[in-house]
Design a protein around this ligand. Structure first.
Ligand code: AMP
Length: 258
């Protein structure tokens, strides 16, 4: 696996794949890899000639610096994890590389980007859509890989792809859960054992696939929202705060497509 930090090195490293006419899979991430990321890497490895993973903790999608600063990360461990999963190219740009002085162009998916996560994290999806469009333009993948864990993110990106005529297929992989039912998330590293026990109410609530039952399960927690959401596919989605950690999760309400 090759690791590149600059846009110039990324382009150079991708040139042979382009010359060969390789299919290229892109998996955008923020690092602190876990089995959820692993499932995306493996799917891309199976389906594409060249697998590119971006690792960028995007300041533009964090509303508060404390949240950004507390985001977990361990580059050495992530490099080993990605190499083991068969990733060919890991792109780890700095914020200055992607947002150089003078940067002033943003992508705003208006209606979808303001609901749910967007309501509780103003500007979040503007940051997500903008950085994803930049990464798609840089890598020009054959397909891009995302997790159903962030169902609204998928919906926002699909809207952007349609609205801006990108003609890019998205592959959306099912949420991967730990043995106790909690969806893998980089933020789980910040949960104390007591927090984690409380957090288990989240998957328990969603598993009911019933709004009222889910509300009852979450009664003791600090809930940002729990809602039936008419995405494709429809989901029961929730966001809760446990201690200083904010967790989101959802379950698909109809059978997941293969
Ligand atoms: P992140 O590094 O958290 O931005 O996530 C990178 C990609 O991995 C996103 O497309 C996420 O939806 C996906 N992802 C994160 N957690 C999981 C999980 N538990 N199961 C499946 N996909 C996930």
């Amino acid at each position: 696996m090759k690791t590149v930090v600059t846009i110039a090195d990324l382009r150079e490293a991708l040139a042979p794949a382009r010359d060969r006419g390789d299919s290229v899979g892109l998996v955008p991430t923020m690092g602190a890899f876990h089995d959820g990321h692993g499932s995306l890497f493996r799917a891309a490895r199976e389906e594409c000639d060249t697998v590119v993973v971006s690792l960028f903790v995007n300041p533009a999608q964090f509303e508060k610096d404390v949240d950004l600063d507390a985001y977990p990360g361990d580059l050495e461990a992530d490099m080993a994890f990605a190499a083991e999963a068969g990733v060919d190219l890991l792109f780890t740009p700095s914020a200055a590389e992607l947002y150089p002085p003078g940067f002033q162009t943003w992508v705003e998916v208006e209606e979808l980007g303001r609901r749910l996560e967007g309501e509780h994290r103003p500007g979040h999806f503007r940051g997500v859509a903008t950085v994803c469009l930049k990464l798609l333009n840089l890598v020009q993948p054959t397909r891009a890989y995302f997790g159903q864990k962030d169902a609204q993110q998928v919906a926002v990106l699909r809207r952007m792809i349609d609205d801006l005529e990108l003609e890019l297929p998205l592959r959306v992989l099912p949420t991967v859960r730990d043995l106790d039912g909690l969806a893998f998330s980089s933020r789980n590293a910040r949960l104390t054992p007591a927090d984690r026990r409380l957090a288990l109410a989240l998957p328990r609530a969603l598993e009911t696939r019933d709004l009222e039952a889910a509300r009852a399960e979450l009664a003791g927690l600090d809930v940002d929202y729990v809602e039936l959401v008419d995405l494709d596919p429809p989901v029961l989605a929730a966001a809760v705060r446990v201690g200083s950690t904010r967790l989101i999760d959802n379950v698909v309400l109809e059978k997941e497509k293969p």
